[in-house]
Design a protein around this ligand. Structure first.
Ligand SMILES: C[S@@+](CC[C@H](N)C(=O)[O-])C[C@H]1O[C@@H](n2cnc3c(N)ncnc32)[C@H](O)[C@@H]1O
Length: 498
C-alpha cells in the first residue's frame, strides 16, 4: 500500500539562552499561507536545503496553504517562521502517524526555521510559545503533536521537558521519524499553564516579542469558524469548581465593598449622557448591577445584564424583576452590532479562557465612542510573605482563567480598537500588626475578611494542601497581605480614528 507522506518537521538550531538586545526591530506577524508563500518557502529553502543539507521535500508541507503561519519580520525581511497545521478528527494523516482518534482538533507544530544570524535570540522560541498559548486559548485543541526526523530525534528530550511524550517511532534509516504528542485533558491543561507561564516570564525578563492576536487574525481573514465556539460558549471557569451556597454570600459581601470603592471611580468617568444603554456582561446574581444602576452618573440609562448560568440568571430575574437579564456569553452576547453606549465587566475577565474573543465581541457590540468599563483583581499586585505568595502562584498557574489578565489587557484591547483612557487601582490591605496609615486609594480589611480575599484558592486541587499551612501561618503571624482591584476604562475608537 502506498503511504501518504506526512511532511516532516525540522528545526533550525538548538534553543540557546541569550538575551535579545535588539528585539524591538523584530515584529511578529500572522500570515496566510497564500499571502507569504514565497517568502516562507524561500526562508525554509535557504536554511533547510542550503545550510542543513535536507532535500527539497523538507521545504514544503501538504497543508501549508491552510496552515497558521507565524513569522518574525525585520522590516520587510522574514527572519523566522513557524507553522501550525490543523487536523479535524478522522484526518487520514493522523492514522498514518498512528495517532488514535481524539474528540477535537489535532494541531501539528512544525517547520520552525530562522536565519542563521538570528539564532540564539529566542525568536522562534518565543513565536512557538506564543503560538501554542494562543491556540490553546481560542482553538481549544485536543492534542498537539510534532514530528522529528533523522539526527534531530536526539532532541526529543527537549520536547519532553516541554510536556510532549514520545508517541511512536516510525520508519528506519534516513526516513526514521519520531512522533511526539501532548493529549488528554490534564496534560493539555498543564501544557497550557506552562506556555502561559513561559510567555509571562519572557515578558518580565524584557525578552518580549509581542505576538498579535490570533483571534483578530482569524476574524480578519474570514476564518473565525476555526475558533472553538462550541467549547467556549459552554465554558464557565468561575462556576465549575464552586458551590453557589458558599459563593453567593461572598459575592454579596464583595458587591457591597465594591460599590463603595467604585462610587468615586464611576463619578470620575465621562459616561455618555442619558438616554443611553449599558450592558453588563457576566452579571451573576444581579445584585451588583442593580446597585450600580442606582448611581447618579448612570441615571436615565437603560440597563441590561447578560449571564450564561441558568441558575444565576433565574436568581437575577426573580430578585430584580425591574431589570432585563438575558442569557449569553462574553464571546457571543446575542446583542446587535453597535447597540450599547457602555459595557461593564465586573470580575469577569479573570475567568475567561479567551479574553481576545471577549474583547472582539465587546468591540462589536459597543457604539463608536462608547466605553468598556472593566473592574477586576490583578494577582500581579499581590504583596505578602512567601508562604502565602506561593499559594497564590500555585493556584494561578493552574487556573484556566487568568487572574493577572489585567496587566496585559490594555495591549490586547488595543488590537480591537479599544483604547485605554483611565486606569485606577485600589489596594485592599490587611495586617495583623498595628493599624497602618492608609493612603487615598487603600482600604483596610479585617483579619478574617482579608483571608477571604484568598478563598478562591480553595477551588484548585493543587493548592488545597498548601492552603491550610498558609492559613495557619496567616493567623499565627501578624503578616500583611494586599491585593489591588483595578478599574480600566476603554473607549471604542470611531472609524478612521488612529
Ligand atoms: C465573580 S462572578 C461576578 C458576578 C458579577 N459581575 C459581580 O460582580 O457580582 C463572575 C461571573 O461571570 C460569569 N461568567 C463566567 N464565564 C463567563 C463567560 N464566558 N461569559 C459571560 N459570563 C461568564 C459567571 O457565571 C459569573 O456570573
Amino acid at each position: 500500500m502506498r503511504r501518504r507522506r506526512v511532511s516532516q518537521d525540522q528545526h533550525s538550531g538548538p534553543w540557546e539562552l541569550s538575551t535579545m538586545q535588539d528585539e524591538a526591530e523584530i515584529q511578529a506577524r500572522w500570515v496566510e499561507g497564500h499571502e507569504a508563500r514565497e517568502q516562507i518557502i524561500e526562508l525554509r529553502r535557504r536554511v533547510f536545503t542550503g545550510e542543513q543539507g535536507f532535500g527539497e521535500d523538507m521545504v514544503h508541507h501538504e497543508r501549508d496553504a491552510d496552515a497558521l503561519h507565524l513569522c518574525a519580520m525585520s522590516g520587510e525581511t522574514m527572519v523566522g517562521a513557524i507553522a501550525a497545521y490543523l487536523y479535524e478528527p478522522g484526518a487520514p494523516e493522523l492514522a498514518d502517524l498512528r495517532l488514535p482518534k481524539v474528540d477535537g482538533l489535532s494541531v501539528q507544530i512544525g517547520k520552525r526555521v530562522e536565519l542563521a544570524e538570528y539564532r540564539g535570540r529566542l525568536v522562534t522560541e518565543q513565536l512557538g510559545t506564543a503560538m501554542m498559548r494562543q491556540i490553546c486559548e481560542s482553538l481549544r485543541p485536543a492534542r498537539f503533536f510534532l514530528i522529528i526526523r533523522g539526527s534531530h530525534r536526539r532532541l526529543a528530550d527537549r520536547y519532553v521537558r516541554r510536556g510532549f511524550v514520545r508517541h511512536a517511532d516510525i520508519g528506519s534509516g534516513d526516513d526514521a521519524m519520531t512522533v511526539m504528542v501532548v493529549e488528554g485533558r490534564e496534560a493539555m491543561e498543564e501544557f497550557y499553564a506552562e506556555h502561559r507561564a513561559l510567555s509571562k516570564r519572557a515578558a518580565s525578563d524584557g525578552r518580549r516579542l509581542t505576538v498579535p492576536s490570533l483571534v483578530r487574525f482569524l476574524a480578519d481573514s474570514g476564518r473565525d469558524d476555526l475558533l472553538a465556539w462550541n467549547t467556549l460558549m459552554t465554558e464557565n471557569n468561575y462556576l465549575e469548581p464552586l458551590s453557589l451556597t458558599d459563593e453567593l454570600p461572598r459575592l454579596a459581601a464583595q458587591g457591597q465593598m465594591m460599590i463603595a470603592e467604585q462610587r468615586p471611580r464611576l463619578a470620575a468617568t465621562p459616561f455618555p449622557p442619558a438616554p443611553a444603554s449599558l450592558l453588563d456582561i457576566g452579571t451573576g446574581p444581579g445584585d451588583y448591577l442593580a446597585a450600580v444602576a442606582k448611581e447618579k452618573v448612570l441615571s436615565g440609562y437603560r440597563v441590561q445584564g447578560v449571564e450564561p448560568s441558568s441558575q444565576l440568571l433565574a436568581r437575577a430575574r426573580s430578585a430584580f424583576p425591574e431589570l432585563t437579564f438575558r442569557r449569553g456569553s462574553a464571546y457571543a452576547t446575542g446583542e446587535p452590532d453597535s447597540s450599547h453606549d457602555v459595557i461593564t465587566a465586573n470580575f469577569l475577565f479573570v475567568h475567561l479562557s479567551s479574553p481576545d474573543l471577549a474583547l472582539m465581541e465587546m468591540a462589536r457590540v459597543l457604539r463608536p465612542g462608547g466605553l468598556l468599563y472593566v473592574v477586576d483583581v490583578n494577582d500581579d499586585s499581590f504583596r505578602g510573605p512567601d508562604e502565602i505568595r506561593s499559594l497564590v502562584e500555585a493556584h494561578d498557574r493552574h487556573y484556566t482563567g487568568d487572574r493577572t489578565v489585567l496587566t496585559d489587557l490594555p495591549r490586547r484591547a488595543g488590537e480591537f480598537g479599544l483604547v485605554l483612557e483611565r486606569r485606577f487601582a485600589t489596594t485592599l490591605r490587611n495586617t495583623g500588626g498595628p493599624e497602618p496609615v492608609l493612603g487615598q486609594d487603600e482600604i483596610l480589611l479585617g483579619r478574617r475578611e482579608g483571608w477571604s480575599l484568598l478563598s478562591f484558592v480553595r477551588s484548585q486541587k493543587v493548592a488545597e494542601d498548601m492552603f491550610q499551612e498558609a492559613e495557619e501561618y496567616y493567623f499565627r503571624t501578624g503578616c500583611e497581605i494586599s491585593l489591588d482591584i483595578e478599574t480600566q476604562v476603554y473607549r471604542k475608537q470611531a472609524a478612521g480614528e488612529e
